[in-house]
Design a protein around this ligand. Structure first.
Ligand SMILES: NC(=O)c1ccc[n+]([C@@H]2O[C@H](COP(=O)([O-])OP(=O)(O)OC[C@H]3O[C@@H](n4cnc5c(N)ncnc54)[C@H](OP(=O)(O)O)[C@@H]3O)[C@@H](O)[C@H]2O)c1
Length: 275
Protein backbone atom coordinates (compact mmCIF):
# COMPACT_ATOMS: atom_id res chain seq x y z
CA UNK A 1 0.00 0.00 0.00
CA UNK A 2 1.22 3.54 -0.55
CA UNK A 3 3.07 4.74 2.57
CA UNK A 4 2.58 8.22 4.05
CA UNK A 5 5.21 10.78 3.02
CA UNK A 6 8.45 10.89 5.03
CA UNK A 7 9.22 14.27 6.60
CA UNK A 8 12.63 15.75 7.35
CA UNK A 9 14.07 14.33 10.57
CA UNK A 10 12.03 11.12 10.49
CA UNK A 11 13.64 7.71 10.36
CA UNK A 12 13.49 6.02 6.97
CA UNK A 13 10.71 3.47 6.94
CA UNK A 14 10.22 0.21 5.14
CA UNK A 15 10.68 -3.41 6.03
CA UNK A 16 13.87 -3.93 8.06
CA UNK A 17 15.62 -7.23 8.69
CA UNK A 18 17.88 -7.53 11.71
CA UNK A 19 19.37 -9.79 14.30
CA UNK A 20 18.28 -9.78 17.95
CA UNK A 21 21.09 -8.61 20.27
CA UNK A 22 19.19 -8.86 23.55
CA UNK A 23 15.61 -9.83 24.34
CA UNK A 24 13.48 -9.98 27.50
CA UNK A 25 13.06 -13.38 29.13
CA UNK A 26 10.00 -15.33 27.97
CA UNK A 27 9.60 -13.06 24.97
CA UNK A 28 10.03 -15.92 22.54
CA UNK A 29 13.10 -14.18 21.12
CA UNK A 30 16.76 -14.95 21.77
CA UNK A 31 20.01 -13.29 20.76
CA UNK A 32 20.87 -14.25 17.19
CA UNK A 33 17.25 -14.65 16.08
CA UNK A 34 16.36 -13.02 12.80
CA UNK A 35 13.44 -10.58 12.91
CA UNK A 36 11.60 -8.29 10.55
CA UNK A 37 10.02 -5.01 11.64
CA UNK A 38 8.65 -1.81 10.19
CA UNK A 39 10.03 0.63 12.75
CA UNK A 40 12.68 2.23 10.60
CA UNK A 41 16.20 1.59 9.39
CA UNK A 42 18.87 1.95 12.07
CA UNK A 43 22.12 0.31 13.18
CA UNK A 44 20.50 -0.64 16.48
CA UNK A 45 16.86 -0.38 17.47
CA UNK A 46 14.95 -0.89 20.71
CA UNK A 47 11.89 -2.53 19.24
CA UNK A 48 8.75 -3.73 21.06
CA UNK A 49 8.65 -7.53 20.90
CA UNK A 50 5.07 -7.41 19.65
CA UNK A 51 6.17 -5.43 16.62
CA UNK A 52 8.86 -7.91 15.57
CA UNK A 53 8.18 -10.94 13.46
CA UNK A 54 10.65 -13.75 13.94
CA UNK A 55 11.62 -15.30 10.61
CA UNK A 56 13.33 -18.57 9.81
CA UNK A 57 17.07 -18.52 9.28
CA UNK A 58 17.43 -21.50 6.97
CA UNK A 59 17.00 -19.79 3.62
CA UNK A 60 19.86 -19.86 1.11
CA UNK A 61 20.18 -16.09 1.53
CA UNK A 62 18.80 -14.00 4.41
CA UNK A 63 17.97 -11.03 2.17
CA UNK A 64 15.23 -13.06 0.51
CA UNK A 65 13.08 -12.23 3.55
CA UNK A 66 12.96 -8.67 2.27
CA UNK A 67 11.02 -7.53 -0.73
CA UNK A 68 7.51 -8.33 -1.76
CA UNK A 69 7.42 -12.03 -2.60
CA UNK A 70 4.91 -12.60 0.17
CA UNK A 71 2.76 -9.71 -1.11
CA UNK A 72 2.75 -11.12 -4.63
CA UNK A 73 2.07 -14.61 -3.28
CA UNK A 74 -0.91 -13.45 -1.22
CA UNK A 75 -2.26 -11.45 -4.18
CA UNK A 76 -2.16 -14.46 -6.50
CA UNK A 77 -3.38 -17.08 -4.05
CA UNK A 78 -5.81 -15.05 -1.88
CA UNK A 79 -6.64 -11.77 -3.62
CA UNK A 80 -7.40 -13.61 -6.83
CA UNK A 81 -6.49 -17.10 -8.02
CA UNK A 82 -4.07 -17.74 -10.84
CA UNK A 83 -4.79 -21.01 -12.62
CA UNK A 84 -2.91 -23.38 -14.92
CA UNK A 85 -2.98 -22.18 -18.52
CA UNK A 86 -3.69 -18.53 -17.64
CA UNK A 87 -2.22 -15.63 -19.53
CA UNK A 88 -1.10 -13.08 -16.93
CA UNK A 89 -0.26 -9.41 -17.29
CA UNK A 90 1.81 -7.82 -14.52
CA UNK A 91 2.11 -4.04 -14.69
CA UNK A 92 5.42 -2.68 -13.35
CA UNK A 93 6.71 -6.16 -14.02
CA UNK A 94 10.27 -5.31 -12.99
CA UNK A 95 9.39 -3.85 -9.58
CA UNK A 96 9.60 -5.49 -6.17
CA UNK A 97 6.09 -6.96 -6.41
CA UNK A 98 6.07 -7.50 -10.18
CA UNK A 99 9.37 -9.38 -10.41
CA UNK A 100 8.09 -11.92 -7.86
CA UNK A 101 4.48 -12.01 -9.14
CA UNK A 102 5.65 -13.11 -12.59
CA UNK A 103 7.53 -16.09 -11.17
CA UNK A 104 4.76 -17.03 -8.74
CA UNK A 105 2.18 -16.92 -11.54
CA UNK A 106 4.40 -19.25 -13.57
CA UNK A 107 4.86 -21.60 -10.60
CA UNK A 108 1.07 -21.82 -10.39
CA UNK A 109 0.84 -22.84 -14.02
CA UNK A 110 0.41 -19.57 -15.93
CA UNK A 111 1.17 -20.36 -19.55
CA UNK A 112 2.11 -16.87 -20.70
CA UNK A 113 3.33 -13.95 -18.59
CA UNK A 114 3.56 -10.39 -19.89
CA UNK A 115 5.07 -7.47 -18.01
CA UNK A 116 5.21 -3.71 -18.41
CA UNK A 117 8.06 -1.35 -17.72
CA UNK A 118 9.43 2.07 -18.69
CA UNK A 119 11.74 1.55 -21.67
CA UNK A 120 12.43 -0.82 -24.56
CA UNK A 121 15.82 -1.67 -23.04
CA UNK A 122 14.18 -2.60 -19.72
CA UNK A 123 11.49 -4.56 -21.57
CA UNK A 124 14.30 -6.68 -23.06
CA UNK A 125 15.67 -7.26 -19.56
CA UNK A 126 12.24 -8.42 -18.36
CA UNK A 127 12.22 -11.05 -21.10
CA UNK A 128 15.91 -12.09 -20.97
CA UNK A 129 16.51 -11.73 -17.23
CA UNK A 130 13.19 -12.20 -15.48
CA UNK A 131 11.62 -14.86 -17.68
CA UNK A 132 8.70 -12.88 -19.08
CA UNK A 133 7.33 -14.14 -22.41
CA UNK A 134 6.81 -10.58 -23.59
CA UNK A 135 7.16 -7.08 -22.20
CA UNK A 136 5.62 -3.75 -23.15
CA UNK A 137 6.78 -0.27 -22.21
CA UNK A 138 5.59 3.26 -21.60
CA UNK A 139 6.36 5.87 -24.20
CA UNK A 140 6.17 3.44 -27.13
CA UNK A 141 2.94 2.62 -28.96
CA UNK A 142 -0.22 2.97 -26.84
CA UNK A 143 -0.20 0.40 -24.03
CA UNK A 144 -3.49 -1.14 -25.22
CA UNK A 145 -2.02 -1.69 -28.67
CA UNK A 146 1.17 -3.26 -27.31
CA UNK A 147 -0.83 -5.46 -24.95
CA UNK A 148 -3.13 -6.62 -27.76
CA UNK A 149 -0.04 -7.63 -29.73
CA UNK A 150 1.57 -9.40 -26.76
CA UNK A 151 -1.66 -11.21 -25.82
CA UNK A 152 -3.73 -11.49 -28.99
CA UNK A 153 -6.25 -13.79 -27.28
CA UNK A 154 -6.51 -11.61 -24.17
CA UNK A 155 -5.49 -12.06 -20.56
CA UNK A 156 -6.95 -14.07 -17.68
CA UNK A 157 -5.05 -12.55 -14.78
CA UNK A 158 -4.00 -8.93 -14.31
CA UNK A 159 -1.84 -7.83 -11.37
CA UNK A 160 -2.00 -4.05 -11.53
CA UNK A 161 0.65 -2.02 -9.73
CA UNK A 162 0.33 1.05 -11.94
CA UNK A 163 -3.25 2.21 -12.56
CA UNK A 164 -4.14 4.86 -15.13
CA UNK A 165 -3.64 3.96 -18.79
CA UNK A 166 -2.25 0.53 -17.88
CA UNK A 167 -5.29 -0.37 -15.79
CA UNK A 168 -7.55 0.70 -18.61
CA UNK A 169 -5.58 -1.31 -21.19
CA UNK A 170 -5.49 -4.35 -18.93
CA UNK A 171 -9.25 -4.35 -18.35
CA UNK A 172 -9.89 -4.01 -22.08
CA UNK A 173 -7.55 -6.97 -22.74
CA UNK A 174 -9.35 -9.17 -20.18
CA UNK A 175 -11.05 -12.31 -21.47
CA UNK A 176 -14.28 -13.67 -20.04
CA UNK A 177 -13.88 -14.61 -16.39
CA UNK A 178 -10.60 -12.73 -15.99
CA UNK A 179 -9.43 -11.76 -12.52
CA UNK A 180 -7.84 -8.39 -11.75
CA UNK A 181 -6.02 -7.62 -8.52
CA UNK A 182 -5.22 -3.96 -7.92
CA UNK A 183 -2.09 -3.66 -5.79
CA UNK A 184 -0.83 -0.13 -6.33
CA UNK A 185 -1.11 3.10 -8.26
CA UNK A 186 2.48 3.84 -9.29
CA UNK A 187 1.41 6.10 -12.16
CA UNK A 188 -0.24 8.34 -9.58
CA UNK A 189 2.36 7.93 -6.85
CA UNK A 190 5.43 8.55 -8.98
CA UNK A 191 4.35 10.76 -11.86
CA UNK A 192 5.40 14.40 -11.85
CA UNK A 193 2.68 16.51 -10.18
CA UNK A 194 1.46 13.45 -8.31
CA UNK A 195 -1.57 13.66 -6.11
CA UNK A 196 -3.87 14.50 -8.98
CA UNK A 197 -4.81 10.87 -9.40
CA UNK A 198 -4.66 8.91 -12.61
CA UNK A 199 -8.24 9.16 -13.92
CA UNK A 200 -9.31 7.01 -16.82
CA UNK A 201 -12.49 6.27 -18.70
CA UNK A 202 -13.67 2.70 -18.41
CA UNK A 203 -16.64 1.17 -20.17
CA UNK A 204 -18.42 -0.82 -17.46
CA UNK A 205 -19.85 -3.07 -20.17
CA UNK A 206 -16.42 -4.74 -20.27
CA UNK A 207 -16.82 -5.70 -16.64
CA UNK A 208 -20.39 -6.89 -17.01
CA UNK A 209 -20.19 -8.74 -20.31
CA UNK A 210 -16.91 -10.47 -19.48
CA UNK A 211 -17.93 -11.25 -15.87
CA UNK A 212 -14.73 -9.69 -14.58
CA UNK A 213 -13.58 -9.83 -11.00
CA UNK A 214 -11.73 -6.63 -10.03
CA UNK A 215 -10.39 -6.55 -6.50
CA UNK A 216 -8.34 -4.04 -4.57
CA UNK A 217 -6.05 -6.00 -2.30
CA UNK A 218 -3.56 -5.56 0.53
CA UNK A 219 -1.28 -8.34 1.70
CA UNK A 220 -2.37 -7.31 5.22
CA UNK A 221 -5.76 -8.84 4.37
CA UNK A 222 -4.32 -12.36 4.70
CA UNK A 223 -1.54 -12.45 7.31
CA UNK A 224 -1.70 -16.25 7.35
CA UNK A 225 -0.30 -16.33 3.82
CA UNK A 226 3.08 -15.20 5.17
CA UNK A 227 3.96 -18.52 6.79
CA UNK A 228 2.86 -20.47 3.73
CA UNK A 229 4.98 -18.17 1.56
CA UNK A 230 8.08 -18.68 3.69
CA UNK A 231 7.66 -22.43 3.36
CA UNK A 232 7.48 -22.19 -0.44
CA UNK A 233 10.23 -19.58 -0.57
CA UNK A 234 12.78 -21.99 0.90
CA UNK A 235 11.70 -24.89 -1.34
CA UNK A 236 11.56 -22.85 -4.53
CA UNK A 237 14.87 -21.07 -3.93
CA UNK A 238 16.67 -24.33 -3.18
CA UNK A 239 15.19 -26.09 -6.21
CA UNK A 240 16.12 -23.15 -8.45
CA UNK A 241 12.47 -22.57 -9.43
CA UNK A 242 12.51 -19.08 -7.96
CA UNK A 243 14.99 -16.23 -8.01
CA UNK A 244 15.00 -13.10 -5.89
CA UNK A 245 15.89 -10.24 -8.26
CA UNK A 246 17.43 -7.52 -6.11
CA UNK A 247 20.07 -4.85 -5.83
CA UNK A 248 21.99 -4.16 -2.61
CA UNK A 249 23.04 -0.58 -1.92
CA UNK A 250 25.75 -0.30 0.70
CA UNK A 251 25.28 2.20 3.54
CA UNK A 252 22.43 4.25 4.94
CA UNK A 253 23.99 7.38 3.44
CA UNK A 254 23.25 5.95 0.00
CA UNK A 255 19.52 5.53 0.76
CA UNK A 256 18.35 8.84 -0.78
CA UNK A 257 20.12 8.09 -4.07
CA UNK A 258 18.80 4.53 -4.01
CA UNK A 259 15.26 5.84 -3.61
CA UNK A 260 15.71 8.33 -6.42
CA UNK A 261 17.14 5.65 -8.71
CA UNK A 262 14.28 3.30 -7.85
CA UNK A 263 11.68 5.93 -8.67
CA UNK A 264 13.44 6.70 -11.94
CA UNK A 265 13.33 3.02 -12.83
CA UNK A 266 17.09 2.53 -12.58
CA UNK A 267 16.81 -0.83 -10.81
CA UNK A 268 15.15 -4.19 -11.34
CA UNK A 269 13.55 -6.14 -8.51
CA UNK A 270 13.82 -5.24 -4.83
CA UNK A 271 16.19 -2.49 -3.76
CA UNK A 272 17.85 -3.25 -0.42
CA UNK A 273 19.87 -0.79 1.63
CA UNK A 274 22.49 -2.48 3.80
CA UNK A 275 22.80 -0.43 6.97
N1 LIG B 1 -1.33 -3.94 -1.93
C1 LIG B 1 -0.29 -4.21 -1.17
O1 LIG B 1 -0.33 -5.07 -0.26
C2 LIG B 1 1.01 -3.50 -1.43
C3 LIG B 1 2.16 -3.73 -0.67
C4 LIG B 1 3.33 -3.04 -0.98
C5 LIG B 1 3.34 -2.11 -2.02
N2 LIG B 1 2.18 -1.88 -2.73
C6 LIG B 1 2.12 -0.94 -3.85
O2 LIG B 1 2.32 -1.70 -5.03
C7 LIG B 1 2.97 -0.91 -6.04
C8 LIG B 1 4.23 -1.60 -6.50
O3 LIG B 1 5.12 -1.69 -5.39
P1 LIG B 1 6.63 -2.14 -5.64
O4 LIG B 1 7.27 -2.19 -4.29
O5 LIG B 1 6.65 -3.31 -6.55
O6 LIG B 1 7.17 -0.88 -6.42
P2 LIG B 1 8.67 -0.52 -6.74
O7 LIG B 1 9.49 -1.72 -6.96
O8 LIG B 1 9.14 0.49 -5.76
O9 LIG B 1 8.40 0.20 -8.12
C9 LIG B 1 9.22 1.17 -8.59
C10 LIG B 1 9.07 1.14 -10.10
O10 LIG B 1 7.93 1.88 -10.52
C11 LIG B 1 8.08 2.16 -11.88
N3 LIG B 1 7.63 3.51 -12.17
C12 LIG B 1 8.24 4.69 -11.94
N4 LIG B 1 7.47 5.72 -12.36
C13 LIG B 1 6.36 5.18 -12.88
C14 LIG B 1 5.20 5.73 -13.50
N5 LIG B 1 5.04 7.04 -13.65
N6 LIG B 1 4.25 4.88 -13.92
C15 LIG B 1 4.40 3.56 -13.76
N7 LIG B 1 5.48 2.97 -13.19
C16 LIG B 1 6.44 3.79 -12.75
C17 LIG B 1 9.58 2.01 -12.19
O11 LIG B 1 9.74 0.79 -12.89
P3 LIG B 1 9.84 0.70 -14.50
O12 LIG B 1 11.06 1.46 -14.89
O13 LIG B 1 9.94 -0.76 -14.73
O14 LIG B 1 8.55 1.29 -14.99
C18 LIG B 1 10.18 1.82 -10.80
O15 LIG B 1 11.33 1.00 -10.83
C19 LIG B 1 3.17 0.45 -5.39
O16 LIG B 1 2.08 1.26 -5.76
C20 LIG B 1 3.15 0.16 -3.89
O17 LIG B 1 2.75 1.29 -3.15
C21 LIG B 1 1.05 -2.57 -2.47
Amino acid sequence: MPFPAIRAGETLRGQALGEVMVAPENSGLSPGDLVVHFLGWRDYAAVPVTQCRKVRDDLPDRVTHLGHGSTAYAALTRGIHVRPGDTAFISSGGGAIGSMAAQIARLHGAARVIGSTSTREKADRLVMGLGYDAAIYRGGAPISQQLAEAAPEGIDVFVDNVGGEQFQAGVIACREGARVVVMGTLSQQLAAGRGRGAPITLDSAHILMKRLLIRGYSADDNPEAQQEWEQHLGEWLRSGQLRFPHVIVDGLAEAPQALEQTIRGGHLGTVIVKV
